[in-house]
Design a protein. Structure first.
Length: 106
């Protein structure tokens, strides 16, 4: 299978964490032409409850991808922090260091 076929097979795939949380749907792929490697997955539709952004899309670094098949599984780089100021069970979503590379796409 050539590189273009491999890349185009990613379009439209749903992305989930290895904990089963829906992250988003692949809209496009960012590639490094010199190294002939995928650098990131561009998600237009993404789960705003785990990615705190108002951008129309985000790019996940490809290094967090664990497997690709009928869906894409990524490392669970998200964590949930209970708010100490509230009596409710409200949750504040934060990202780990690896997600610092998530790029907002306007």
């Amino acid at each position: 299978m050539d590189m273009i076929s491999e890349i185009s097979s990613l379009f439209g795939l749903n992305v989930y964490t290895d904990k089963g949380i829906y992250v988003g749907k692949v809209e496009d792929v960012v590639i490094d032409l010199e190294k002939r490697q995928i650098r990131g997955l561009a998600l237009k539709e993404y789960n705003k409850s785990i990615i705190d952004s108002n951008a129309s899309g985000v790019i996940l670094p490809y290094r967090i991808v664990k497997s690709v098949g009928d869906i894409i599984i990524v490392k669970d780089v998200f964590w949930v922090k209970k708010s100490e100021e509230s009596n409710k069970e409200s949750e504040e979503i934060k990202g780990f260091e690896e997600l610092e590379q998530v790029i907002e796409v306007e």
